[in-house]
Design a protein around this ligand. Structure first.
Ligand code: HEC
Length: 409
């Protein structure tokens, strides 16, 4: 099937769908529901999505639609869900291969308030609260896991936060992917301080991480740049990445606070010198590789997803040595987010339906995997995952407005 992750988010292709079997564009089937779809379903994404989903019965479609738009009380809802269930019924095969195994995990889900916001990138703050970025809803949100209460904070117009992160002091920072800023939110007042980019060439702050001193390191995929923000002086320094089209994406720190970056546009990983911001490139063996995200093991070696080739990989930055393993669901599995918890590798396969959470034990080289739930259906994609201090894992489903805590053994 076509990889959902590679479909442009905002392109609007009314009355085109990609047939799941052939990946060829075809007309959206006729029927009463078609006009309803065109009326309610193009504000956030194009109409190819239904064909890319796993497929559901009417109740399943109703549940999915309700996470995006509120059609409660409208006669359109019945027409739409009947139409979707007729033309996009449950599929036996969404490409995912479930790998059984002995490890038991549990998912705890929160559905966040504003529909269709593309909730993503949950992170645990030092006070135990869980923050998420509502990228399309232009908001940040916080869950109190002790009470399940949630609060959403609107951001300045056009910020469209790509990620949220907290520093050791508990400050809440986001990347303003839409308006070329980094922002800091004061949770007590809801006030936002914006730090505009000093160089207009850096348009799209993307992923970000705070080091032990509170310095923020970030990537800008489309601008092919990386940057750092010193929160004390407010100074921002930016650097262009050496190879054009590298598309710097995920960013993580090794144990000494040195940032490493994944290239979503090519077969590279990047090391940023923390003092000089000089960039060193590490080449991965296969030219066709692209890497969304990376994570460090306790020995400061790197685990990464080879998204385009459907593999996971390991790089030792001291020797440059690389090894890769095919992901269980194959070359189109599009591994996306990745985290290392107690030296076990966790990542997801976003190119297949359902989106699979995969566990890989480097000591035994054994995989195990689970479909990630979204209520009683399976839909959505994990785009970033981060461990909690207790050694569990925070993930999300960007389609169905879910933040999930995965209780690991
Ligand atoms: C307010 C915004 C919004 C509207 C309106 C909207 N959606 Fe979505 N939809 C989303 C988001 C966000 C995603 C996830 C996109 C992503 O992460 O790339 C999504 C993804 C999907 C998916 C993919 C599910 C999967 O398997 O991952 C389907 C199917 C879908 N939408 C159907 C619909 C239908 C049908 C309608 C009209 C009733 C609709 N959407 C209207 C926000 C919206």
């Amino acid at each position: 099937m076509a990889s959902i992750a590679r479909v442009s988010c905002l392109s609007i292709a009314i009355s085109l769908v990609v047939s799941a079997a052939s990946a060829q564009p075809s007309a959206l089937p006729d029927g009463a529901g078609r006009a309803v779809l065109e009326r309610h379903c193009v504000a956030c994404h194009d109409l190819r999505r239904p064909a890319q989903a796993l497929g559901f019965d009417a109740a399943g479609w109703r549940e999915l639609v309700d996470t995006m738009v509120d059609l409660g009380g409208s006669p359109d809802l019945e027409v739409l869900t009947e139409y979707l269930a007729e033309h996009f019924p449950p599929r036996a095969d969404g490409g995912a291969r479930v790998v059984d195994g002995p490890v038991r995990i549990r998912f705890r889900e929160w559905r966040v308030p504003t529909r269709g916001q593309r909730a993503r990138d949950p992170v645990e703050a030092p006070d135990g609260g869980i923050w998420w970025a509502g990228q399309w809803g232009n908001l940040l949100g916080r869950i109190d896991p002790a009470t399940d209460s949630m609060r959403e904070y609107p951001l300045p117009t056009g910020a469209r936060p790509h990620t949220v992160t907290t520093d050791a002091a508990g400050n809440v920072w986001y990347t303003g992917n839409g308006n070329g800023t980094i922002g800091r939110l004061d949770p007590a007042t809801g006030a936002v301080t914006e730090y505009p980019m000093p160089d207009p060439a850096l348009r799209d702050p993307h992923s970000m991480i705070a080091d032990a001193r509170g310095v923020l390191w970030f990537t800008a995929q489309n601008s092919n740049m990386v940057g750092r923000l010193d929160p004390v002086s407010g100074e921002i320094r930016v650097r262009e990445v050496p190879t054009p089209g590298s598309r710097p994406y995920g960013i993580k720190l090794d144990s000494r606070g040195t940032p490493f970056v994944a290239c979503n546009g090519g077969n590279c990983l990047l090391r940023i010198d923390p003092a000089t911001m000089e960039i060193r490139e590490y080449r991965l063996p296969d030219a066709g590789s692209t890497v969304r995200r990376l994570a460090f093991a306790s020995d400061d070696t790197i685990w990464y997803v080879n998204s385009r080739l459907g593999r996971i990989g390991h790089l030792d930055p001291r020797t440059g040595e690389v090894r890769e393993w095919p992901s269980p669901s194959g070359p189109r599995s599009h591994p996306y987010a990745i985290a290392v918890v107690d030296d076990i590798v966790w990542y997801n396969e976003s190119g297949v339906r359902p989106d699979m959470l995969v566990r890989f034990d480097p000591a035994t080289e054994v995989f195990q995997s689970w479909p990630i739930p979204s209520g009683s259906i399976h839909a959505g994609i994990v785009r970033h995952m981060r461990p909690t201090r207790a050694g569990d894992l925070l993930v999300h489903q960007s389609a169905t407005n879910r933040v999930l805590l995965v209780d690991l053994p």
